[in-house]
Write a protein that binds this ligand. Structure first.
Ligand SMILES: C[S@@+](CC[C@H](N)C(=O)[O-])C[C@H]1O[C@@H](n2cnc3c(N)ncnc32)[C@H](O)[C@@H]1O
Length: 275
């Protein structure tokens, strides 16, 4: 008798209408608990500005760390990018997956249930964040080791002394952009096509550079240094008062590019190797 009533209860559950239709995932509630920070959504206009700051194109792979209801990932996928959300809360993951399917971008928008401090995202070309300053600072060492040129965008929270490359505001909210700089600190040997060569010492603080060249027994300061991802540019004035401007790329401990000297019509090649 007991066995029969258990069986009929099971049959009732199986035959109930919800057994035939999948329950829609629960609607997220603002302020609901997350692992390290609650869920609060980025306003849609700021989502768009953040993706624009990062200049997201179909060539990008965008990761939103703590992806909430999936809006950043879905908006990136609508721009043609591949996009991945890493989210601790499985209900938010399920909600995001349903929304991506409904909006026709499921082939480009992927959601992974996991912890952002354990997940792998080193293949990202763009990382988006709406976390907390303390969490940004925990992520900062990992972000700085990413491929030079990776764009990092954060809603509301900074990276302390890593100053942003852009600050934008929408709906009284702030968004910050950083471009991961190539590591260039240290001693270099610079060779200019045409025969001249000299030592160069660079001091680097994130994307900000200071440097000196050893020219004719003097330490000559470099001017207007600019490092954006793996692209480097700087100038100097030689002992004859002539301005030289060098631009190039940094890759695998080597710089290569072209330089132009004031008064010269042509650009010529230069390289720098680590000493
Ligand atoms: C402030 S919301 C931002 C949501 C979304 N990125 C946006 O901009 O609309 C932060 C999200 O991070 C998630 N989260 C918190 N700690 C996490 C962790 N350690 N790993 C993965 N997700 C986490 C929360 O569940 C929440 O959905």
């Amino acid at each position: 008798m007991v066995r029969l009533s258990v069986l009929s209860a099971a049959a009732l559950v199986l035959l109930s209408p919800s057994a035939f239709t999948q329950e829609p995932p629960a609607e997220p509630r603002q302020g609901q608990a997350g692992k390290d920070v609650i869920w609060m959504p980025t306003p849609e206009s700021l989502v768009e500005r953040m993706l624009t700051m990062a200049q997201v194109t179909p060539r990008d792979l965008v990761y939103d760390l703590g992806s909430g209801d999936g809006r950043m990932v879905i908006a990136a996928a609508k721009r043609g990018a591949q996009a991945v959300g890493i989210e601790f809360n499985p209900e938010l993951v399920a909600f995001s997956q349903t929304k991506a399917r409904e909006q026709g971008v499921a082939s480009r928008a992927r959601f992974v249930q996991g912890d952002i401090f354990e997940a792998q995202f080193s293949d990202a070309t763009v990382v988006t964040l709406y976390l907390l300053s303390t969490l940004n600072m925990r992520l900062r060492p990992t972000l700085l080791k990413m491929h030079p040129g990776t764009r990092v965008v954060s809603h509301a929270f900074s990276m302390e002394d890593w100053t942003p490359d852009e600050v934008s505001r929408a709906e009284q909210r702030t968004a910050y952009l950083w471009i991961v700089p190539a590591p260039v600190e240290g001693a270099w040997r610079v060779e200019l096509a045409g025969g001249a060569s000299f030592d160069m010492a660079i001091v680097q603080r994130f994307q900000k550079l200071e440097g000196t060249l050893s020219l004719d027994g003097m330490d000559v300061g470099i001017r207007e240094p600019l490092l954006r991802g793996d692209a480097i540019r700087f100038g100097f004035v030689d002992s004859n008062g002539v301005w030289h401007e060098l631009a190039g790329r940094v890759s695998d401990g080597r710089m290569t590019g072209t330089y132009q000297s004031a008064g010269a019509n042509e650009k010529r090649a230069w390289t720098a190797t680590r000493r």
